[in-house]
Ligand binder design. Structure first.
Ligand SMILES: [Zn+2]
Ligand SMILES: [Zn+2]
Length: 342
């Protein structure tokens, strides 16, 4: 079968491979029906993900249909429509038992798909630990609605969850990219008063039109709004922008004793100016997602409370992946997320 693979630093492309088979009893083989491209795929291609293995099939966001299961798989059956989780995890180690599945110590634990083992930019994928790595999609939820459940939506849900949001909390989300939108939507359904800050005017307009439940503002407006909050800043800040100075903005716009959750992946090290923030008594939490709430997320989608399908601005067929990557990395034509059909 044809796959889209990371070939060497700076290079990705189509590459012929054998169709995957069951290797361990906990494996499933999934026929991919829709996949996407994530910024992390670009990081791999640029050579900035040291654990990524050259030759690996890219892709860690997809939905599909279970084609084959190993003898130990109990949670899904052949023919089930499933969302594939970016993280595969054993469910039994110290970290998994605490829900910290990103740090699962199994050899296929954490983010393996599309990084260390072949991923979903291919017609078929082998998913280890299928009982934890696959979630059945409820009837009535479309592939496009479920596409982001295993990665950016899992991240948004996790970020809102660890931010310990209470009803009525003023939550500032920095960055209106796909992950920031997921964070904002999840904080919204947790009962927060959400302000989503996006500096790109075109993107801001897109968000206001497609996600009318969100209050989308410019950085200047965000500063004024946060200063006017009752206790001098946001109760919670989720930093999903990853810009030059957005980490500084994140803690500055937080009120004393706030929680600041950092989801963004930075290109460069950041400064933690402890003398400047002394007395503000902030709590910082940092990511990689623990993607173990996909069932809850799918149920919220099924109830009509969450819909990220409008993030899909462009749709390509599998054989157009070169074109899809070019568009996604150039950020041209207002692209937010692409969907790739098989
Ligand atoms: Zn990703
Ligand atoms: Zn584990």
């Amino acid at each position: 079968m044809l796959t889209y693979s990371y070939l060497s630093p700076g290079k990705a492309g189509f590459c012929e491979k054998e169709k995957p088979e069951i290797i361990q009893s906990g494996d499933a083989v999934v026929r991919v029906t829709l996949s996407s491209i994530c910024t992390s795929d670009l990081h791999i291609i640029h050579g900035s993900v040291p654990r990524a293995i050259a030759g690996v099939t890219l892709g860690h966001e997809a939905v599909g249909v279970v084609e084959q299961i190993g003898g130990g798989v109990k949670g899904v059956a052949v023919g089930d429509r499933v969302a594939v989780n970016v993280e595969t995890f054993c469910g039994e180690c110290f970290f998994c038992r605490h829900g910290w599945v990103n740090n699962c110590t199994d050899k296929d634990g954490g983010w393996a798909l599309g990084c260390r083992i072949d991923g979903m930019q291919a017609p078929f994928v082998r998913v280890p630990h299928a009982d934890t790595g696959l979630t059945k999609i409820p009837a009535g939820v479309t592939d496009r609605q479920a596409l982001f459940v295993g990665d950016i939506l899992a991240t948004g849900y996790w970020a809102a969850d660890i931010s310990e949001i209470g009803s009525g909390d003023n939550v500032l989300v920095l960055g209106g990219g796909p992950t920031g939108v997921c964070c904002a939507l999840c904080a919204d359904i947790m009962g927060a008063n959400v302000v989503l800050c996006e500096k790109n005017r075109g993107r801001g307009e897109f968000l206001r039109k497609n996600f009318p439940s969100l209050k989308v503002v410019s950085p200047e407006e965000a500063e004024k709004i946060c200063a006017a909050f009752p206790h001098g800043g946001a109760d919670r800040v989720i930093e999903a922008a990853g810009g030059e100075d957005t980490f500084q903005t994140a803690w500055k716009l937080a009120r004393p004793n706030a929680i600041v959750t950092v989801v963004a992946m930075y290109d460069k090290p950041q400064t933690l100016p402890l003398p400047d923030m002394y007395g503000k008594n902030l709590t910082f939490k940092t990511g990689g997602v623990d993607g173990n709430k996909c069932g809850e997320i799918l149920s919220l989608i099924a109830q009509g409370k969450l819909d990220t399908a409008p993030l899909i601005t462009h749709t390509f067929s599998f054989d157009e992946l070169d074109k899809a990557y070019k568009l996604f990395s150039s950020r041209a034509d207002g692209v937010m997320k692409v969907a790739v059909e098989y």
